[in-house]
Design a protein around this ligand. Structure first.
Ligand SMILES: [Zn+2]
Length: 173
């Protein structure tokens, strides 16, 4: 019977997912526009890590927010950036939270995604680079767009608590 040496197994384990211990990146190495993927280990849940950092997709009809109707804002689970307002949310029956527009155009980035044999526009958080979902051109007025976002990439802040997480760029009263 052939057995892999223990060290080889440990090396393999370190390459799988984000369960392995990673050294904290030195402050001088931190990128100004995105954090190294390894720095998210232990910060995000395994499901959120798979979506935000590994371009995964949660199963449809499975997420916390696809039927969520409370008034407030949806923020990035990775960095807390304001991304979508509940006022722009609509029922799409896609099984994922759907919005016709982001709160601010500069809040999200869009990149052509040709993976899985499809031609789609990927939507990412512009603040941390996290993968959020995709945008399609079959949404309702006024934009005709459908931002199809993974629940696990989002966190929800009720309207009466929004000022507590206001963007840094907002003027202070
Ligand atoms: Zn983010």
């Amino acid at each position: 019977m052939t057995r892999l040496p223990l060290l080889a197994l440990l090396a393999l384990a370190s390459l799988v997912g984000c369960n392995a211990q990673q050294p904290a990146p030195a402050a001088a190495q931190a990128s100004s526009d995105s954090l190294r993927a390894s720095s998210w280990c232990g910060v995000l849940s395994p499901d959120a890590y798979r979506v935000l950092r590994e371009q995964g997709t949660e199963p449809r009809f499975s997420g916390e927010f696809w039927l969520h109707e409370e008034d407030g804002v949806y923020v990035c689970m990775g960095c807390g950036a304001h991304l979508f307002d509940s006022g722009a949310k609509f029922k799409s029956n896609s099984g994922w939270p759907s919005f016709y527009a982001p709160t601010a155009a500069e809040g999200v980035g869009e990149h052509l995604d040709l993976s899985h044999g499809m031609r789609r526009m990927e939507v990412v958080c512009n603040a941390c680079g996290g993968h959020l979902g995709h945008v399609f051109e079959d949404g309702p007025p006024p934009t005709g767009l459908r931002y199809c976002i993974n629940s696990v990439a989002l966190d929800f802040v009720p309207r009466d608590s929004v000022q507590l997480v206001a963007p840094a760029s907002r003027p202070v009263d």
